[in-house]
Design a protein around this ligand. Structure first.
Ligand SMILES: CC(C)(COP(=O)(O)OP(=O)(O)OC[C@H]1O[C@@H](n2cnc3c(N)ncnc32)[C@H](O)[C@@H]1OP(=O)(O)O)[C@@H](O)C(=O)NCCC(=O)NCCS
Length: 338
């Protein structure tokens, strides 16, 4: 197909908040586009379920605009999700976009991007950040990257996707002197909310950002509580490990893994951070190993943990390699300044 045979689609807005049967079905079809695109392009899908997306709608610090490309006979064949932060990073929008393989190269992606740019401008934002993903080893090609480039996006960071077979992890590293490791199943204690907020603030700037035009996230204890409550409503399993610096009594490092209800065998590594002043003692490896041990006890159905790390994040990649992670694909961040 070429532009001489453009697809006859209409771009409409859908919403997870819809309560009427037609609106609910349309939202589910829209969610399914992301799953079908990922399964087609990488063999599996890490996209969120409709239920999870509905739960996060009730979020004081974010809002969403969901666009669907619908054919004349009513089929949703393309999808774009725009995620806007309200308290920080109010200059940008995070975009997820996909077109079903059978409908590509007919201008639908371009139509969606044009609408995305209109909505982005309408909200007074200047930066669009999106990503492409692909599976395979170092030599595999980022096929959709060409789309991003042609539409004026710039390649700002590439990450490795790694999978860890939790059944074979067999390491028991020493805990560095001067620290205690504390692990939790489910929501971590609210007594630590201030320290956790500080760790998440640091996380937003201290992990490598490549060329991403992102600023510090404004975490505080109230935002931590609200995020914890949302996670509970989502029904995600959660294990975390923290390092407490014994001299100061403060939490100085953390790592977290989540288990979506829809994929009880595949868990997802979330943030891991050791504050700069406490790096170089092996806390990262000790924390991750402790967290995997808790995960195995609490969620015996989990077989693999999946994680993404920027290629320049050599310390984190070294920790993951030491645990036994193997490369399962790649992800690239693309950015456009309007
Ligand atoms: C990327 C994606 C959304 C493009 O959707 P699409 O409807 O095929 O895009 P369009 O037809 O509007 O393409 C617009 C232009 O992008 C370029 N392009 C799109 N796909 C391309 C590819 N695979 N290789 C080379 N160029 C490509 C072309 O210049 C195309 O114009 P042309 O058809 O006149 O040559 C789709 O391939 C997809 O869903 N990929 C997986 C999800 C993804 O990577 N999303 C993030 C994208 S930044």
């Amino acid at each position: 197909m070429s532009h001489s045979d453009p697809a006859d689609v209409t771009i409409i807005e859908v919403s997870g908040a819809a309560t009427d049967p037609e609106g609910r079905a349309r939202f589910e079809e829209w969610v399914e586009v992301f799953h079908r695109v990922q399964r087609a392009d990488t063999g599996s899908s890490d996209a969120w379920s409709a239920e999870e997306l509905r739960t996060v709608l009730d979020n004081p610090i974010k809002f969403f605009v969901d666009l669907a490309a619908v054919t004349a006979d009513g089929q949703v064949v393309g999808a774009a999700e725009l995620i806007f932060q309200r308290e920080d990073n109010t200059h940008l929008v995070i975009l997820n976009i996909g077109v079903l393989p059978a409908f590509r190269r007919r201008g639908i992606g371009r139509r969606l991007i044009e609408e995305v740019e209109r909505v982005t401008r309408e909200h007074g934002r200047r930066t669009i950040i999106t990503e492409t993903i692909w599976s395979g080893d170092e030599g595999a090609a980022d096929v959709s990257g060409e789309f991003a480039r042609r539409l004026g996006f710039e390649d700002v960071q590439t990450s490795r996707r790694s999978d860890l077979d939790v059944t074979t992890v067999a390491i028991d590293p020493d805990i560095p002197t001067g620290y205690a490791i504390e692990t939790h199943v489910g929501t971590p204690p609210q007594a630590d909310a201030d320290d956790r907020a500080w760790l998440l603030r640091r996380m937003s700037t201290d992990a490598p950002l490549g060329g991403l035009d992102m600023e510090e996230q404004q975490w505080d204890a109230a935002r931590i509580r609200s995020a914890d409550e949302r996670m509970e409503r989502m029904g995600r399993g959660r294990v975390s490990a923290f390092a407490r610096h014994l001299e100061s009594g403060r939490l100085v490092a953390f790592t977290e893994i989540q288990v979506p209800a829809a994929s009880p065998d595949l868990a997802y590594q979330q943030d891991t951070l050791v504050l700069r002043e406490h790096r170089g003692h092996g806390l990262g490896l000790a924390l991750k190993a402790a967290n995997i041990a808790v995960l195995r006890d609490a969620y015996p159905g989990v077989e693999r943990v999946r994680t993404w790390n920027a290629l320049e994040n050599s310390h984190m990649l070294a920790v993951n390699d030491a645990l036994g992670c193997t490369t399962s694909g790649f992800e690239r961040e693309w950015q456009k300044q309007l």
